[in-house]
Design a protein around this ligand. Structure first.
Ligand code: KIV
Ligand code: ZN
Length: 514
């Protein structure tokens, strides 16, 4: 296959993925995910929207400073301040890209931008030129392209390429497209724009109708050579095209798609697990490629077939995407060196010996309670260490006891450190978790509402750690909290306290598309 047949994989988990309500990530979490993406050989990592807040700027900058083998990108509206801030955050990148965009559909231009089409066209070319003064690699997106007038689309694409854009992205921003029509638009564009050979055509599909992957592949079949996607399909509303599905479809059906990617698929499962752990968005068991059941064969007929000849029911192997690698087991006799080495493979390195020692102590504590420690346990443990090590946290769980008995109302007694001072409370509830949350609220009085409470077993077996996600809402702001423990009541308390700390520490940030 020629280089024309390679599809560039552009991952936007750290930008569009982070726009999912409650999925915001710290600078350190972003870097951990970026390192896994780099290991997976993702071509372009969109690390964030640099102007959104000082935290976002620092997040993009830290990814740009550390990632050497993938291009690092920042989003910027077609505004001077956005473009300059993106350029500044990417200053030290080995290979950096500014991704600037403006909406081009009649509905967005009229109601959101309140700009006539000619002004939008001018602004697009101006923004690309400004970005090109800072960086040679510039991408331009036509937001809401799938609802944009085709002739206007051609004019704006031509102008953006003339202004120096190397990549032109055609987003299906609201997930409105259907595969045949979307593919045909890409084919028409390739024919109609005179300078189209000077740029790579990219697509960015949202999943509102569950068609994001199908639309992306249809575009590839018609000449698109970059696909924007996210791990686990995370993203605004119903999410973006899932990276693992796009990549594995291209790999498994090369006969139909006739293209390749550069992705090292063995790292897919661990990266999926890391993103899920960091964001608190669990992966549904029947999710393609990365769901717990994706390679499990329940029915007798299937099992028999797979044992006789694997290809009867399997079109790819679990090893191809890293499932078997994911089963590395450690136990209480494992040493510090093995612990550190495995965590490095999972994308976590320790800044100093004291961080390593702290995490190793937690590992030993867990190994005392739990016979076998899996990669998922190690990932949860690192998330926990990160949560506790975070600077300036206001609330810390000191102790917890709960009584629960058939026929009796459960009661929780809790001690919390609040700004360094210990306070205690007790409360009754309809269940032990309810009692714990009520006791915490007696002390904190957060005025939040609980939007979501979910428990997942991290691994199999009754000694598995429970991983709890708590989502809280206050004045329109949504945060997720995570907690893991072999005792799910303690995990729940940790998750609630984590959500409160996140709410307390968060700063307001701009949304690029509002
Ligand atoms: O969905 C969208 O249109 C986007 C753009 C900013 C690329 O995320
Ligand atoms: Zn998007």
């Amino acid at each position: 296959m020629s280089s024309n047949d390679r599809v560039i994989i552009f991952d936007t988990t750290l930008r569009d993925g982070e726009q999912s309500p409650g999925a915001s990530m710290t600078q350190d979490e972003k870097l951990r995910i970026a390192k896994m993406l780099e290991k997976m050989r993702v071509d372009v990592i969109e690390a964030g929207f640099a102007i959104a807040s000082p935290g976002d700027f620092a997040g993009v900058k830290s990814v740009a400073d550390h990632i050497k083998n993938s291009t690092v990108c920042s989003l910027a509206r077609a505004l001077d301040g956005d473009i300059d801030r993106a350029g500044e955050a990417l200053k030290n990148a080995n290979s950096g890209r500014i991704h600037t965009f403006i909406a081009t559909s009649p509905i967005h231009m009229k109601y959101k931008l309140q700009m006539p089409p000619e002004q939008v066209l001018e602004r697009a070319a101006y923004a690309v030129k400004r970005a090109r003064n800072l960086m040679t690699d510039v991408e331009f997106s036509l937001e809401d392209a799938s609802r944009t007038d085709f002739d206007f689309m051609c004019r704006i694409v031509e102008a953006a390429i003339d202004a120096g854009a190397r990549t032109i992205n055609i987003p299906d921003t609201v997930g409105y497209a259907v595969p045949e029509e979307f593919g045909a638009t890409i084919a028409r564009l390739m024919n109609a724009v005179p300078n189209i050979d000077k740029a790579i055509i990219s697509v960015h599909c949202h999943n509102d109708l569950g068609l994001a992957v199908a639309n992306s592949l249809s575009a590839v079949n018609n000449g698109a050579r970059q696909v924007e996607c996210t791990i686990n399909g995370l993203g605004e509303r119903a999410g973006n095209a899932s990276l693992e599905e796009v990549v594995m479809a291209i790999r498994t059906r090369q006969d139909a798609l006739q293209v390749t990617t550069n992705i090292d698929t063995k790292h897919i499962v661990l990266t999926s697990r890391l993103v899920s752990g960091v964001t608190g968005f669990p992966v549904q068991p029947n999710k393609a490629i990365v769901g717990a059941n994706a390679f499990a064969h329940e029915s007798g007929i299937h099992q028999d077939g797979v044992l006789k000849h694997r290809e009867t029911y399997e079109i790819m192997t679990a090893q191809d995407v890293g499932w078997s690698d994911n089963k590395m087991i450690m136990g209480k006799h494992s040493g510090r060196a093995a612990f550190r080495a495995r965590l490095e493979e999972l994308g976590t390195s320790f800044a100093n010996d004291s961080e390593l020692n702290d995490a190793f102590r937690r590992f030993k504590e867990l190994a005392d309670k739990k016979h076998e420690i899996f990669d998922e346990d190690l990932q949860a443990l690192v998330s926990e260490s990160g949560i506790e090590a975070a600077k300036n946290i206001r609330f810390k769980l000191s102790s917890l006891s709960v009584t629960s008995q058939i026929g009796e109302t459960p009661v929780a007694q809790i001690k919390l450190m609040i700004d360094g001072i210990e306070a205690d409370a007790s409360a009754a509830g309809s269940g032990p978790v309810d009692a714990v949350f009520k006791a915490i609220e007696l002390l904190v009085k957060s005025k939040t509402s609980l939007e979501l409470y979910s428990v997942n077993a991290i691994t199999s077996g009754t000694d598995s750690q429970g991983e709890v996600t708590v989502r809280l809402e206050k004045s329109g702001r949504i945060v997720n909290g995570l907690g893991a423990d072999t005792d799910i009541i303690i995990a729940s308390a940790k998750a609630y306290v984590h959500a409160l700390n996140t709410l307390d520490s968060g700063t307001k940030k701009a949304h690029p598309q509002v």
